[in-house]
Write a protein that binds this ligand. Structure first.
Ligand code: ATP
Length: 359
């Protein structure tokens, strides 16, 4: 996974916004519940990129974000911001700003004062900082509410104020720590589009931490998938979903049906595990296996059906194979009448994704 530093000098545009080399963070003391939260991470994040750090709880993504912000200092390794080593620098010496999940707004201040606060700390004159704060509130469509307090806003509006407050100081990199976590699904989806649009129009680098794979797939130019303090894969949404580099990524990003090396050897006479996505499997309800070149079929028994709105998830225990989930586009009765049916499940060779980590 490591991306080696190029030996030729980089032009300004090629210098990554963030470069992490062997970044490591250990909490606690040796022998006394020591935790390696971040374990030798190498990562280049490009200028103007929307980069998401995705992973389960405890995988180290927030710690990487806090290290970039300067709220934590690395145990080992380096952090460069546009080619400048900032590993030991204080947060205010780094040209980055953070939007927190709980927004961290000042409850006693109006929106305009909340947004102007960072400029006040930087010593900007009153008139000028007010003008900049109003501009920034207008960008997030909250200009008309500038005299309100945060408690007089909805969750989504508060999130927009937090964004305006982080952006007003014009950071090179905006760090976002699960910023949509507290919003309901509909608002969250709306804010995902707004955030992406905002990032595109500003052209600054966004680093977005989330444990929601759908959110990462929707918003990001590239995604880094974390597991146990390490990067399991870096790639575009398409690469991560279609070509997972291992069983962990295949299972964490979307649903995967994993076929063990033993089953794979029986079916394809080669080593290694493979996965097939649920939408790539098809069910034959008469139980007739497909006998065509390039198609594999296994018989099985339906164990459950779940209606998920746009499709039905059918679970099938395969004979000589795993229990799989098949996504069927048509409406099926979910009253239990199909449970126990003997079916055949098929897929084509093109739908098989071999996992390199087990080859
Ligand atoms: P979440 O999605 O739950 O926030 P995460 O992937 O962001 O998880 P981190 O918060 O980076 O994970 O935590 C990684 C590991 O480091 C966890 O095991 C956590 O308990 C540990 N950890 C984080 N901060 C500290 C700390 N200040 N002291 C001790 N251990 C810590």
């Amino acid at each position: 996974m490591s991306q080696t530093a190029p030996s030729v000098p980089e032009s300004a545009a090629e210098v990554p916004a963030i470069r992490l080399r062997k970044l490591t963070k250990t909490f606690g003391t040796k022998g006394l519940g020591e935790t390696t939260a971040v374990d030798g991470v190498d990562l280049d994040i490009r200028q103007g990129e929307f980069f998401s750090m995705l992973g389960p709880s405890g995988s180290g993504k927030t710690t990487v974000l806090r290290l970039i912000a300067g709220f934590e200092l690395p145990t080992a390794g380096t952090i460069e911001l546009e080619g400048r080593d900032v590993s030991g620098k204080a947060p205010f010496e780094r040209d980055v700003n953070t939007v927190f999940q709980d927004y961290a707004l000042f409850p006693h201040m109006s929106l305009v004062d909340n947004v102007a606060y960072g400029l006040r700390v930087r010593g900007m004159a009153k008139g000028e900082r007010r003008e900049r704060a109003v501009e920034e509130l207008e960008r997030v469509q909250l200009g008309k509410f500038m005299h309100r307090r945060p408690s007089q806003l909805s969750g989504g509006q508060r999130q927009r104020v937090a964004l305006a407050r982080a952006l007003v100081v014009e950071p090179k990199v905006l760090l976002l720590d699960e910023p949509l976590g507290a919003l309901d699904l509909k608002l969250r989806q709306q804010m995902q589009l707004e955030l992406k649009e905002l990032q595109r129009s500003l052209g600054i680098t966004f680093i977005f931490v989330t444990h929601d794979q759908e959110e990462a797939l929707t918003m990001s130019d590239r995604i880094g998938v974390f597991n146990n303090g390490r990067l399991a894969q870096i790639g575009t949404a398409h690469e991560i979903y279609q070509r997972p580099l291992g069983a962990f990524v295949a299972n964490f990003v979307g649903t995967s049906n994993l076929f063990t090396a033993e089953v794979a050897a029986g079916l394809y006479h080669r080593g290694g595990q493979f996965v097939v996505r649920p939408e790539r499997l098809s069910v034959d309800w008469a139980g007739s296996p497909a006998v065509r070149d390039g198609v594999t079929s296994l018989p099985g028994t339906v164990t459950s059906l779940v209606y998920v709105g746009h499709a039905t998830q059918v679970r099938v225990a395969l004979e000589g194979g795993p229990a799989v989930v098949v996504l069927v586009g048509s409406d099926l009765p979910v009253d239990g009448s199909l449970v126990g049916s003997r079916v055949a499940v098929s897929w084509t060779d093109a739908d098989v994704v071999w996992l390199p980590d087990a080859a």
